[in-house]
Write a protein that binds this ligand. Structure first.
Ligand SMILES: N[C@@H](CCC[C@H](N)C(=O)O)C(=O)O
Length: 276
């Protein structure tokens, strides 16, 4: 089997993008993992498929798979790459465009040749929605994780996120605590774990341990989650620059009942054929 793909990235969060407009993906979980292998396959953080929408108010939809083959509900950096991919294919209408994602409709808008602004929708804080097995919704939760008491905020951006505030981003225990919280029984669908250092009310540093991947260079939904959690705790302003290891994203969240907007780069790397 030969599979044509585009290799793309959004500030270092990298993707294999497959055109499924004419035919469904048809890869097993084992094949997705082989394609994700950075030595024996192509390598990616997420696999994105582009398909025809099945709802009347969208033309295109995308689906998301992590490196370990698991399915994801949202991918912010991926949404920007999907918009750029559709534009290069000549099928992205001008202006604001509604895209069907696995967790609902989002809106994308090309700002210049490689900057995309995305309406990522409403952050959902209710534990049932995340899902987080805990009695009552709160700004912050404390649990015993990996032998220590850990405080974190939690939110769904269409996918589950925990957000931990740290003093020094360089020293954050991303791998150790990220993996432990991702697999904690309190998160029945696992979770993405963000470690965030507040630099100023309009600037934070963020590193993200992604569910199904590990630490990535950037996570768009993780950036939204960090801003949502910190803003709810009244620690940041409406507009926040989020600096990740792979680059910066601009976030805007006016507050409850309003969408979070994220702006940042999307880039093509190459086109290829996978000889499966
Ligand atoms: N890199 C993404 C998030 C991808 C999905 C995530 N790992 C999950 O399983 O929820 C982003 O940019 O948002």
């Amino acid at each position: 089997m030969t599979l044509h793909f585009s290799k793309m990235h959004g500030i270092g969060n990298d993707f294999v993008v497959i055109d499924c407009r004419a035919a469904p993906l048809g890869l097993s979980t084992a094949e997705i993992r082989r394609l994700a292998d950075r030595h024996r396959g192509v390598g990616f953080d997420q696999l994105l498929t582009i398909e025809r929408a099945d709802r009347a108010d969208c033309v295109w939809r995308y689906d998301i798979y992590n490196q370990d083959g698991s399915h994801a509900g949202q991918c912010g950096n991926g949404a920007r790459c999907v918009a750029l991919w559709l534009q290069r294919a000549g099928v992205l209408p001008s202006g604001t465009v509604r895209l069907q994602s696995p967790s609902g409709v989002i809106e994308v808008e090309m700002r210049d040749y490689k900057t995309v602004r995305v309406d990522m929708g409403l952050p959902e804080f209710s534990p049932a929605h995340i899902p987080l097995l805990i009695d009552a919704e709160a700004d912050s939760y404390t649990l015993e994780i990996a032998g220590q008491r850990l405080s974190f905020g939690a939110v769904s951006m269409g996918n589950p996120h925990a957000v931990i505030q740290v003093e020094d981003i360089a020293a954050a225990p991303v791998a150790a605590l990220g993996a432990a919280l991702e697999h904690s029984a309190h998160f029945p669908q696992r979770c993405n774990v963000g470690f965030v250092e507040i630099v100023a009310r309009d600037h934070v540093h963020l590193r993200v341990w992604e569910r199904g991947v590990g630490e990535t260079l950037a996570c768009g939904s993780g950036a939204c989650a960090a801003v949502a959690v910190l803003r709810r705790q009244k620690l940041v302003d409406e507009k926040v620059r989020v600096s990740l290891p792979g680059g910066d994203l601009q976030l805007e969240w006016p507050g409850p009942g309003r969408s979070i907007h994220m702006s940042g780069a999307a880039e093509f790397v190459f086109e290829g054929e996978w000889l499966a």
